[in-house]
Design a protein around this ligand. Structure first.
Ligand code: XMP
Ligand code: MG
Length: 179
């Protein structure tokens, strides 16, 4: 399928499943190397990261653990704006090597608001693995340590990412048609 319609919009195929899997395996190989004896904890942010997390984790060959959380945003009392908190975080992060797994870093706002909550739990280290980044959309000082693809500032769906809740099941990544 080179074109799909999700709700009212048409998307064209952008990165094929085979290329995605090749790249995910490369990123996993780097993580295997970097975390050899550290038993990292992969902390995956739902919903968008679930497909990426599954493919990435299957390529991890060292001892490693995985857990899934949802983020909820509420208005903080300080001037820092919204606070993002984790739902379903049962792990004790103290002294752990945490790898946050995200589907996409767009403006960086989500992780910028959420990282303090992680730091607060005193992990030994925190790194970010993301399937996608949109460098030209970035507005916060967030840098991913492992990125599969840097893309232009256009809307994408598939491979876990949704357009208004649909499209997550598309095996390839699709980009919004503007023409
Ligand atoms: P921020 O700006 O906080 O955004 O880094 C991260 C969240 O925004 C959503 N997002 C997208 N979702 N296609 C999507 O399906 C996109 O192109 C896109 N850009 C941003 C996504 O939920 C992500 O976690
Ligand atoms: Mg998301």
């Amino acid at each position: 399928m080179s074109k799909v319609t999700v709700h009212d919009k048409t998307f064209g195929v952008f990165i094929k499943r085979e290329e995605i899997l090749r790249r995910v395996a490369e990123v996993a190989a780097r993580i295997n190397e970097d975390y050899k004896v550290l038993n990292p904890l992969f902390l995956c942010i739902l919903n968008g990261s679930f497909i990426f997390a599954a493919d990435l984790f299957r390529c991890i060959t060292i001892d490693a653990e995985i857990s899934f959380i949802k983020l909820a945003s509420y208005k903080g009392t300080s001037s820092s704006g919204n606070v993002v908190t984790a739902i379903g975080m049962e792990e004790d992060l103290h002294g752990r090597h945490v790898v946050i797994v995200e589907d996409i870093i767009d403006t960086g706002k989500t992780l910028h608001s959420f990282l303090p909550e992680i730091e607060h739990r005193h992990p030994a280290s925190v790194k970010i693995a993301t399937f996608l980044t949109k460098p030209s959309a970035l507005k916060h000082d967030i840098k991913a340590d492992y990125t599969c693809f840097e893309i232009e500032n256009k809307f994408v769906v598939g491979y876990g990412l949704d357009y208004d809740k649909l499209g997550r099941n598309l095996p390839d990544l699709y980009i919004l048609d503007e023409g």
